[in-house]
Write a new protein. Sequence first.
Length: 272
Amino acid sequence: MSVIGKVIGAVIGLLLFHNPFGLIIGLIFGHIYDSATERTRQPPLGNGFIEPLFAFAGALAKSDGRVSEPEIAAAEALMERLRLDSAQRRAAMERFTAGKQPDFNNTGAVAELKAWCRGRRDHAFIVLDLLLDLVYAEGAIVEPKLVLVRKLCHALGVSEHELVALSAMKGYGPAWQHAQQQTRGQYRPGGEWHRNAPPPQRRPSEVDPYAVLGITRDAGESEIKRAYRKLMSQHHPDKLGDVPDEVKRRSEERSREINAAYERIKQERGLH
């Protein structure tokens, strides 16, 4: 943790009050400043982020028994989105391979991603947004993937309603609903999970605006407005700091999707 604020605060307090009491007051305010700065500082997208992200991605891909071509393609697309250099790509591929191993400890990867987020929900949404294309690479989520996704969401402090909303904003709302209906009780002898064909992905205009906001259709006006403001606060691109352009672009898209959903609901209900 930084001590710059404490040092400066102590010096200023001593100069202003000319006694130990002033020094203590300055230390307190300096500590508050250091704590606030620490909370708002954007963690770097270095190996401390890339390695656990791709290790968890490997575990996701392997969780249902095999790694498919669509999942490999989604992992490669993720490397492109993050614009990894050659060394980072090599590290990402190594960790993805490690994540596929039967003895891989996904709890460690989850803990590392949680540490990277540092309690910030906007960072948690970055992690989930980057992983969702791989989660849904084969269509609806099968039970083993669903278990891992829920484990990560729990660690990052993201509710299932918020995950559904994020999925809907990426166009995966129908696939999530299909997973909820079809994955339970589908385990077959031999370790394979039956994959029912997912319904066709909806166009943005067909996405349920209530699902985007993470609320039900019987929500009241105050609940709708509260959900909208909360999502806009979480997904606003100005809060992301120094992240890759692709991540910022996706955040801007999410903000537009949230606004569009809110406007549709207001129009339907005649709200102002």
